[in-house]
Every structure is written in C-alpha cells, then in structure tokens.
Design a protein around this ligand. Structure first.
Ligand code: UDP
Length: 238
C-alpha cells in the first residue's frame, strides 16, 4: 500500500449518508463508506467522524409554523446527530471497527461527554471516534462541529464527504459546462463564493489552517486515494 500523507483526519459525514432516500436510517446506505473506512484504518490512519442529523431534522429548515423556537429545533437537530452516532457506532462495530462515541452533551449510560484529551487517547489506540451532538450550541450546524473538533484533535485535514466529485465553479447538477477544481485556496474559494461548508466554519478552518478535501463518497476507494495524496476531489488549503 502506498505511503499515507495524512495521519489523522476528521471526516464530516452528513446524516443523509445514513439514508438511501434522504430520510431515516438504512444500514445499506452506509456500507460503502464503512468498507472504505476499514481499508483506510488498516493503513494506519487515525479517523474521527462528525456525523450530521439532516436525515432526521435540520433546525433551520424545519417548518414548525413559529410554534417551536429555533433554539429548540436546533436542539432537536443535535439530538438527531446523537441518534445517528449510536447507529453508526453499531454499524462500525458490526464491521469489526473499534470505535467510541463522544458527545457534546453526555447522556448517562448512553453517551460519553466529549473532551479533546479523551478523543486523542482513543485515536491513538486506533479507535474511530464518532463525535455526536454537534457543538452543543444552536444556530450552527455540524460543519462548525467538524472544524472545531478537527482543531481540537489536531487533525491534518477535514474530509467533507458529499455526493459530488468536488468543488465546481457552478452547480454541476444544473450546468453541463461546470468545471471542477482540483485545488483552491481558502481566499479564492471565498472570493468566488463557492459553498464548501457553512461560512463560519469555513473561515475558522482557514484561520486555523486546517485543509479541507471535498470528495464523492460514491467513488469507491476515494477515501484511500485522498489519504495517499492521490488526485481525488477538491482540496482547499493555503
Ligand atoms: N445543530 C445545531 N448545532 C450544532 C450542530 C447541529 O444546532 O452544533 C442542529 C441544526 O439544527 C442542524 C441539525 O442539528 O441543522 C443537524 O445537523 P446538520 O444540519 O449539520 O446535519 P447534516 O446536514 O450534516 O446531516
């Protein structure tokens, strides 16, 4: 196996990755990435995952007819990420992948509270760490969680798993002539107003110099190629 260029990475997995139709949890949806994670781990990389909750609820998009506060809806969204984390943990365990879930808020007997030292300790033991519960604060998303946790654990990069091949100059689903970038600087991405992550989390990644790679989960072996520094997806870095 080729040499790894990245030793510790944080994968941002949307809640939709757990679903075949965008809603709920279908175990089959996640098998591809689980296989890729297993292969990647055997090459010695340390992997943390921030899991989203959009397959269950996104506080900012839910239509609660002004009867449920946004902060309540966001809390519900964060609980959704906890549900997903529990599911993903069991799926990884079933695949023989040692893992631990660390949550922004603990639930006695169910979820351990996150803390950077504990996370690094688990990573050094070769376990996958799944971060649940978002940042613990409303009005942001798990993109912010990904950047915060990546900085906390000294990750070499954030790997943003999507269903497109990378970052394009315009929406490839709407424009046949959309051109994909192999790499971009943070500032060029901002100047072109390309949506890689939520703006706040993107700027924080820039300020803490955490590179971001956007790649397609459906490209088999993509994760390993990214880790080996082969051409895959789009890299955003200084
Ligand atoms: N959320 C939040 N604070 C956080 C992370 C998540 O309030 O730090 C809420 C927010 O409502 C968000 C939802 O949880 O929409 C689910 O997360 P996200 O939308 O990031 O999930 P994804 O799109 O990645 O599946």
């Amino acid at each position: 196996m080729s040499h790894l260029t990245l030793k510790r990475v944080l994968i941002k997995l949307s809640g939709e990755s757990l679903s075949t139709d965008g809603f709920g949890i279908q175990v089959s949806a996640v098998q591809g990435i689980v296989n890729d994670i297993k292969e990647a781990l055997s090459s010695g990389v340390q992997l943390a995952i921030v899991i989203g909750g959009g397959n269950i609820l996104r506080g900012g998009r839910a239509n609660f007819q002004n009867q449920i506060e946004r902060s309540t809806a966001d809390t519900m969204g964060m609980l959704a990420t906890m549900i997903n984390a529990l599911a993903l943990s069991d799926i990884l365990t079933h695949a023989g992948i040692d893992n631990e879930v660390l949550s922004s808020r603990g639930i006695d007997g169910v979820l351990e509270c996150t803390n950077p030292k504990r996370a690094k300790c688990y990573l050094n033991e070769g376990k996958v760490v799944i971060f649940a519960g978002g940042t613990g604060n409303p009005f942001v998303t798990t993109d912010s969680t990904a950047t915060l946790r990546a900085i906390e654990i000294d990750a070499d990069a954030i790997l943003k798993v999507t269903t497109v091949d990378g970052v394009y100059d315009k929406d490839p689903n709407k424009h046949d002539d959309a051109v994909k970038f192999d790499s971009l600087s943070f500032n060029e991405t901002l100047k072109r107003e390309l949506a890689v992550m939520d703006l706040g989390s993107f700027v924080q990644a820039r300020d803490f110099n955490v590179p971001i790679c956007v790649f397609n989960v459906n490209n088999s072996g993509a994760l390993l190629r990214v880790l080996q520094g082969k051409r895959e997806g789009t890299w955003v870095r200084d």
